[in-house]
Design a protein around this ligand. Structure first.
Ligand SMILES: [Zn+2]
Length: 174
């Protein structure tokens, strides 16, 4: 087993200590799909998280973002393929109304991961996003495993300081 695989396994064990259970719920934004069209994305997730027991999900707003990128003069050539792939995922009903001003993916993800704005990842989602600002914001939503793609490699970030603190506290309480 590679060093990185071991490190990620240990990391996910730490997250399981904080309430994560398989199948892992894996929530991703549209940019991940757009950036990985030529890769076997699900296999990458399975390998990185050392399990086949995961549930890829996408919110209604993130799907809508893909449809928007598939229209108009600035149409993203990867969008059609990304939509096809997203259709295989479970749709996370975020409840943001289609006929009103749509939420940005950032706002949608924040409301789904931390619905009460209390800094808690209530439903224990693993989040994959290429949006650095969103990852930065989610580091203070406890506990949230964060993933992104860099040069065709799927990266699992080390546990953020806020989550690690809770992890230590829980362990001491045992
Ligand atoms: Zn939404």
């Amino acid at each position: 087993m590679g060093k990185r695989t071991k490190q990620y396994k240990r990391l996910m064990r730490d997250f399981e200590f904080l309430g994560f259970r398989q199948p892992y719920q894996l929530l991703m934004t549209s940019d991940v799909l757009l950036d990985t069209l030529k890769l076997d994305l699900i296999h990458l997730f399975e390998k990185t998280l050392s399990t086949k027991d995961l549930k890829p999900m996408i919110t209604q707003c993130c799907i809508r973002a893909l449809y928007n990128k598939n229209m108009g003069p600035n149409r993203d050539p990867a969008a059609a393929g990304a939509i096809d792939r997203a259709k295989l995922f479970e749709r996370r009903r975020c409840g943001h109304l289609m006929d009103q001003d749509p939420l940005s993916e950032f706002e949608c993800m924040m409301s789904v991961v931390d619905p009460k704005g209390k800094g808690e990842n209530k439903f224990r989602y693993i989040v994959a996003t290429q949006d650095e600002e969103l990852r930065e914001r989610l580091r203070s939503v406890v506990p949230t495993p964060l993933m992104y793609i860099r040069r065709s490699v799927l990266i699992l970030e080390p546990m953020a300081a806020a989550s690690a603190k809770v992890r230590q506290k829980e362990e001491r309480a045992k």
